[in-house]
Design a binder for this molecule. Structure first.
Ligand code: GDP
Ligand code: IMO
Ligand code: MG
Length: 421
């Protein structure tokens, strides 16, 4: 019996998609627990690149069931696009995709509001309507998948929501108003298309767990984007940390047997907010170009810098990370020296803990240790012993600092480009 959480340990884009795909070989069910189509999880198989936004990253393995849990916010347009795209590539969803009836829907006004709010707030969101959808959820005015089943009540709820949002659009943003009839018709059509997938995923997952099935719980984003534990307000509006897996799926904490932290061998961030180890120089540029650091959802260039071990130790604490998968080690192949941040100084004093509040983070001075690079390709490496000594030392340094073992290492984007420790 194994129920493992896959959590992004940094600011997202750590390579969760590739790792989930790899670990699906040892799993029966893969379940997404939070976020929405703001996520972009990439898997590369035999030269074909798949980018998944809502569908769990286990979908490429035909015998595995994929679940979109209650904690996810679902944009029907993005979901249907993704289902069609995958089916056109010969990947069938029939009988193997399950969507929680309790998941909330992203409505057209959420996407519009997200984009309009960005003009004042400047969080640098993905514009996918995530924040406004979670606001309605917690305001108890959200519309859930289960609401699609009752046409009269759906119409009433939508009418109320659209009237309220239209007033806001008119007064605050001078934006075009939304049409109730059109929206009702679109969502009822969507209901027909996804009807076969809707189910009580909470009971399904609990039954699967109790009958000894192997579950992989896939997080989106990363711990430092968590609404509670991240660099607020420059965060997403959900709980990517491991705790979010239980609330986002209805599985009890006692079911969890491990937390796998996905860690990129350096740091990236997309969107605004503090990033102490960011390198606005040619080293940062090189990390971006060698790592192809451009957003999988929005195409934006990602900000790059050295690995922040001080932040990672905090992330390991908050998530209870039991093992690390270290990705993109190959991107560091040609750096003669590699920096790691081992602490912050603030006003001349060394901090004991990573401060997640922005005021301190913006002023914090990262303290670096420079480690020797390996200056060689990792392409042929398949085992720990194949790795150059300097790469092994880099990994051991990370393990000792963070207090968790590295069990797999990514040496390229392809499914087979992995070293098992
Ligand atoms: P996710 O959001 O955490 O799933 O990560 P993304 O898919 O947004 O970004 C990770 C990027 O790195 C993708 O383009 C992956 O194909 C790529 N990738 C994953 N693992 C490795 C690796 O070990 N080496 C290299 N070079 N690329 C990797
Ligand atoms: P995956 O799952 C990296 C960032 C956005 C922005 C902030 C809030 O691929 O790792 P939102 O649209 O969620 O309200 O934006 O969070 N962000 C991500 N950054 N990877 C992601 O997902 C992200 N999803 C959101 O850039 O800074
Ligand atoms: Mg991504």
């Amino acid at each position: 019996m194994s129920v493992k959480i896959i959590v992004g340990a940094q600011w997202g884009d750590e390579g969760k998609g590739k790792v989930v795909d790899m670990l699906t070989e040892q799993s029966d069910i893969v379940a997404r627990y939070q976020g929405g189509a703001n996520a972009g999880h990439t898997i590369v198989v035999g030269g074909t690149k798949y980018v998944l936004h809502l569908i769990p990253s286990g979908i490429l393995h035909s015998g595995v069931t994929c679940v979109i849990g209650n904690g996810v916010v679902i944009d029907p347009v993005a979901l249907m696009d993704e289902i069609r795209r995958l089916e056109s590539l010969g990947i069938s969803m029939t009988g193997r995709l399950k969507i929680s009836h309790k998941a909330h829907l992203i409505m057209p006004y959420h996407k519009l509001l997200d984009q309009l709010q960005e003009s004042d707030q400047k969080i640098g969101t993905t514009g996918r309507g995530i924040g406004p959808a979670y606001i309605d959820k917690y305001n108890r005015s959200g519309i859930r998948i289960v609401d699609l089943l009752d046409r009269a009540s759906l119409e009433e709820k939508l009418r109320r929501a659209i009237a309220q949002k239209n007033e806001w659009f008119r007064k605050v943003y001078d934006a075009p108003e939304l049409d109730v009839e059109k929206t009702v018709a679109e969502y009822l059509e969507f209901d027909k298309q996804i009807d076969e997938y809707i189910t009580d995923t909470t009971s399904y997952l609990n039954e699967a767990w109790r009958s000894g099935k192997r579950l992989l719980l896939e997080g989106a984003q990363g711990a430092l984007l968590d609404v509670d534990h991240g660099t607020y307000p420059f965060v997403t509006s959900s709980s990517p940390t491991s705790g979010g897996a239980c609330t986002g799926l209805g599985l009890p904490p006692t079911a969890i047997t491990g937390v796998i932290g996905i860690v990129k061998a350096y740091s990236t961030r997309v969107g605004n907010g503090p990033f102490p180890t960011e390198l606005n120089d040619e080293v940062g540029e090189r990390l971006r170009s060698e790592g192809s650091e451009f957003g999988a959802t929005t195409g934006r260039p990602r900000r790059c810098g050295w690995l922040d071990l001080f932040a990672l130790r905090y992330s390991a604490m908050v998530n209870g990370i039991t093992e690390i998968v270290l990705t993109k080690l190959d991107v560091l192949n040609n750096f003669p020296q590699i920096g790691v941040c081992t602490g912050y100084e603030l006003d001349g004093r060394a901090l004991k803990y990573f401060p997640s509040e922005c005021g301190s983070l913006e002023r914090a001075q990262p303290q670096y240790q420079m480690l020797p690079g390996w200056n060689t390709s990792l392409e042929e490496c398949r085992t720990w012993d194949d790795l150059p000594a300097a790469a092994r030392d880099y990994i051991t340094f990370i393990e000792n600092f963070v207090g968790a073992k590295v069990t797999y290492l990514g040496t390229g984007p392809g499914r087979e480009q992995i070293v098992v420790r």
